[in-house]
Design a protein around this ligand. Structure first.
Ligand SMILES: [Zn+2]
Length: 490
């Protein structure tokens, strides 16, 4: 977003010259004269197609049964047919990621995660998300951003670029650029277009604002949950690319009131039936957090962290955030070693550090080695304990404990326990680890928000998680027969 704001003055000063060279078209969606960055529809489609496989890989693969894929795609196609680009071949993909996210790439490629589907309460909310992404594509927002990025690269002097060089610069921008957020103006425009498409199909246009509110409460919960973890752990979530300030919710509500839809479709019951049995949270191939333990049924290892530490799993490492900025980071180096763990810690990993207290350990039958060093960070001086565990010649895991100097002694026993908790998972134990799934339950007499929340298999924030998942409050009176989502292990 910063980048877009910065680019406005040079763009404006370029005036007609740049527009003439790089292309400017009347946009049927926005009605305005739109700067296209010189991208033709064929180039748009090419960019979208080239990144399709990479995006699927980055976000855990494609999720869902053929029926679920058909369901989501069907809603997307109906919306896209009402758009200003009905001839463009849109595709809608559900990604196997527990993150809450949705985005579009040029040429008609729209993506949503199963994490986002789990959060939505009805078909109209899902339609709102898809319609918003279709809006980014019909309004040529990518082309505008690519155009700006191109201008940033080439500057004024080379405004005469054509052909091959132009194409090369586009591909160099890569996936990161594609997934970057849009400007606030673009977000509002995509909301406005999305509400237009929803209304044309007959969906409740108020569902767009409804889902934005749900996103806001989900992000408050994850902030609470994350404690003091760095934002980068969650850099690919929806709110990072689609900020939903209160003002955006308000605008979406006002727009929805203008849209005159008779008997608007919400389709809650159908939607919830599609969610029943859906994988929730981590896929077994990413590993599970269970209270203070981390268990990886596919890579077959487990360890636990002390009370007061909160575990967070990411694709690169497992983090545990503790008191006073203390933390534990576990990862798997890409280059293992043939030598001993003592050799690995002292020569390979800690080769450039001043190590102390180097020793070899045996941890649950695994060869391990550990040493300490001092580290200066932005947050002050820390003691770092480096520990490496050898599974076999191809696989080692390494753990870093960072503790502020003042806390090192106090936390020493806890962290020692964490070291000695690292173990291989037996086949039978790995097989018993079941992923969490979403179940749709019918409220019975006597059920309350609190009593249902207590059934969720979490050690913390049960009530808050249940409230956010269902978009309800603990003060709400439940109706007998009402359907709600719950997280379950079976
Ligand atoms: Zn957006």
């Amino acid at each position: 977003m910063k980048r877009t704001v910065k680019m406005i003055p040079p763009l404006a000063s370029l005036g007609l010259l740049a527009l003439a060279v790089l292309g400017c078209a009347q946009n049927p969606a926005t009605g305005g004269s739109t700067f296209t960055g010189g991208l033709s529809q064929a180039q748009e489609i090419q960019i979208g197609r080239e990144n399709h496989v990479k995006i699927i890989k980055e976000f855990g693969g494609v999720y869902g049964t053929p029926a679920l894929k058909r369901y989501v795609s069907g809603i997307g196609q109906v919306l896209a047919k009402t758009s200003e680009r009905p001839g463009l071949n849109f595709s809608f993909t559900v990604l196997n990621s527990s993150r809450i996210n949705a985005f579009a790439t040029p040429g008609g490629y729209v993506y949503i995660t199963r994490g986002l589907m789990a959060l939505a309460d009805n078909e109209a909310q899902l339609a709102g998300v898809l319609a918003h992404e279709i809006g980014h594509i019909t309004a040529l927002h990518h082309a505008q951003r690519h155009g700006q990025a191109l201008l940033a690269n080439i500057g004024l002097a080379t405004a005469s670029i054509v052909g091959g060089r132009h194409a090369m610069q586009i591909s160099q921008l890569g996936m990161v650029t594609l997934l970057q957020g849009f400007s606030r103006h673009n977000e509002y425009e995509a909301d406005r277009l999305g509400i237009r498409y929803m209304s044309r199909v007959g969906f409740d246009p108020g569902a767009m604002a409804g889902f934005l509110s749900k996103l806001r409460s989900a992000s408050r919960l994850s902030a609470l949950h994350r404690g003091e973890s760095p934002d980068k752990v969650d850099q690919f979530n929806y709110l990072a690319t689609h900020p939903a300030p209160a003002a955006r919710v308000k605008r979406a509500l006002a727009l929805a009131r203008q849209g005159n839809v008779k008997n608007p479709i919400t389709a809650r019951r159908i939607y919830l039936s599609k969610l029943d049995g859906m994988l929730y949270g981590s896929d077994p191939k990413e590993g599970f957090i269970r209270g203070h333990a981390f268990l990886h049924p596919t890579l077959r290892f487990a360890f636990s962290v002390p009370e007061g530490f909160r575990l967070i799993n990411s694709s690169k490492a497992v983090y545990a955030f503790g008191p006073n900025k203390s933390r534990i980071i576990l990862d798997r180096p890409s280059k293992p070693t043939n030598g001993s763990m003592e050799h690995y810690v002292s020569r390979v990993w800690g080769g450039n550090m001043r190590l102390r207290n180097l020793e070899t350990l045996s941890v649950n039958g695994l060869e391990a080695a550990t040493a300490t060093t001092q580290m200066k960070t932005n947050n002050g001086a820390f003691q770092a304990r480096l520990t490496a565990f050898k599974i076999n010649t191809k696989t080692i895991y390494r753990m870093i404990f960072l503790t502020a100097d003042a806390d090192t002694n106090r936390l020493a026993t806890d962290l020692r326990r964490t070291t000695y908790s690292f173990r291989k998972l037996a086949t039978a134990e790995a097989a018993r680890l079941r992923p969490l799934i979403l179940r749709i339950i019918t409220v019975q007499r006597g059920d309350t928000v609190e009593s249902l929340a207590r059934r969720m298999p979490y050690s913390d924030y049960k009530l808050e998680r249940f409230e956010v998942l269902n978009g309800i409050s603990r003060k709400d009176q439940l109706r007998q027969g009402q359907q709600l989502k719950i997280v379950s292990t079976n």
